[in-house]
Design a protein around this ligand. Structure first.
Ligand code: ADP
Length: 364
């Protein structure tokens, strides 16, 4: 009952906008906490001291809550913080100075590069690529972390064989470190049988927590495993973080590729460059002859890459060992780094890193 009411409250608050910033107060992080007991909602809103819209937002939030059936009373508490200075939030050569997108202290502020791994639909191997690519970044000497933001079907707990819950003191959540990678997944926090079909605003809240409440610490690169398609998660992440680039995983016959390319093109306007495509399960190598056979007939990837002027960064074969590693919970690139497919992931990591560095240079 309380959870349903919380959803309704979140949804209602998602309709309250800070007009100057043209974003709703949930995605702006103004809504700090919601507590509902016996129909009474207590809300904490946190503003910048000099925000000119405090009163308007307060009144609209109060009105939005009063219109929710089941909420008998609304208590709104306002708190204030001052805008962090950019040099308080960033260290090293991180050129991201957009303080609105950065959570000071905790969170991702000490991560040099953030890379999203996207796909048009499920089952193309997005999580397999995200996982092995993260390990490959570690292998080329980068301090790496992995965020499983696929809140509808998190795979990282299985792929990293993690079954414990992250440690938390109520204020911050510690990452789970495995195979030399700091990981966090929404899958660590919920039971397997929990329904994951969350409404948009619940999604935003969950993603906010994964970003800002997790003690990510310092890292060279964060790999984010996105849910398939382009939806609330991508939107929330692009609003909250300075994402340095994305790669799209596809299979040769994936008709959904075109949708995600179009979807991510929208994000290119919000400054998330698409670095290229990764064709997974591209071909099969006969173990006796070493000959390559296409698995799905003629590939659609080349055509789309040409049409949109994207590079195909890698063509990963179908390999039974990659499949096995999913079941065993130990990524192939870590388990057998000299394997041909592992070496392909390491080459891919080198190419992606080079592109990220070039983009960073071009932007500074
Ligand atoms: P997605 O994240 O796109 O839903 P997954 O990474 O979970 O996809 O992969 C779906 C299934 O395909 C998994 O069982 C995985 O082991 C398998 N798989 C992915 N890529 C390959 C590959 N190149 N060769 C063999 N099996 C693969």
């Amino acid at each position: 009952m309380t959870e349903t009411l919380e959803n309704l409250v979140l949804h209602a608050l998602g309709q309250v906008f800070d007009e100057d910033k043209d974003k709703n107060i949930v995605s702006l992080g103004i809504v700090k906490s919601i507590n509902i007991e016996s129909g009474q909602a207590t809300l904490i809103l946190e503003f910048n001291k000099d925000d000119p819209n405090i009163k308007k937002i307060f009144d609209e939030s109060e009105k939005a809550l009063s219109e929710i059936p089941g909420i008998t009373k609304a208590n709104i508490v306002t708190t204030y913080h001052s805008e962090p200075k950019s040099n308080e939030t960033l260290q090293g050569d991180i050129s991201n100075s957009d303080s609105e997108k950065i959570t000071p202290g905790l969170g991702t502020s000490k991560i040099k590069y953030i890379l999203m791994v996207a796909s048009g639909k499920g089952g193309v191997g997005k999580s397999t690529v995200a996982t092995n690519l993260a390990i490959a970044f570690k292998r080329i000497g980068l301090k790496t972390c992995l965020l499983d933001a696929d809140i509808y079907g998190p795979s990282i707990p299985t792929m990293f064989d993690v079954h414990e819950k992250p440690v938390s003191d109520g204020k911050q959540i510690e990452t789970i470190n495995k195979y030399g990678i700091a990981t966090m997944s929404i899958g660590y926090m919920v039971n397997d049988d929990n329904p994951m079909i969350w409404r948009g605003l619940m999604v935003m809240k969950a993603i906010n927590e994964l970003i800002s409440k997790v003690n990510w610490g310092e890292a060279d690169i964060m790999v984010i495993d996105l849910p398939p398609g382009t939806g609330d998660v991508q939107l929330t992440l692009s609003q909250k973080l300075k994402i340095d680039g994305s790669v799209i995983v596809t299979t040769p016959q994936d008709v959904a590729l075109i949708d995600v390319v179009r979807g991510l093109k929208m994000f290119e306007k919000t400054e998330i460059p698409i670095l290229g495509l990764i064709e997974n399960m591209s071909y099969f190598v006969a173990p006796d002859t070493g000959k390559q056979y296409p698995l799905f007939g003629e590939s659609k990837t080349e055509k789309i890459a040409e049409q949109y002027d994207y590079e195909i960064l890698s063509k990963i074969p179908h390999d039974p060992l990659l499949l096995e590693q999913c079941e065993n919970g130990h990524p192939l690139t870590d388990l057998v780094p000299e394997h041909k497919v592992s070496r392909m992931f390491i080459e891919l990591a080198e190419v992606v890193l080079k592109k990220l560095k070039l983009l960073r240079l071009a932007n500074t």
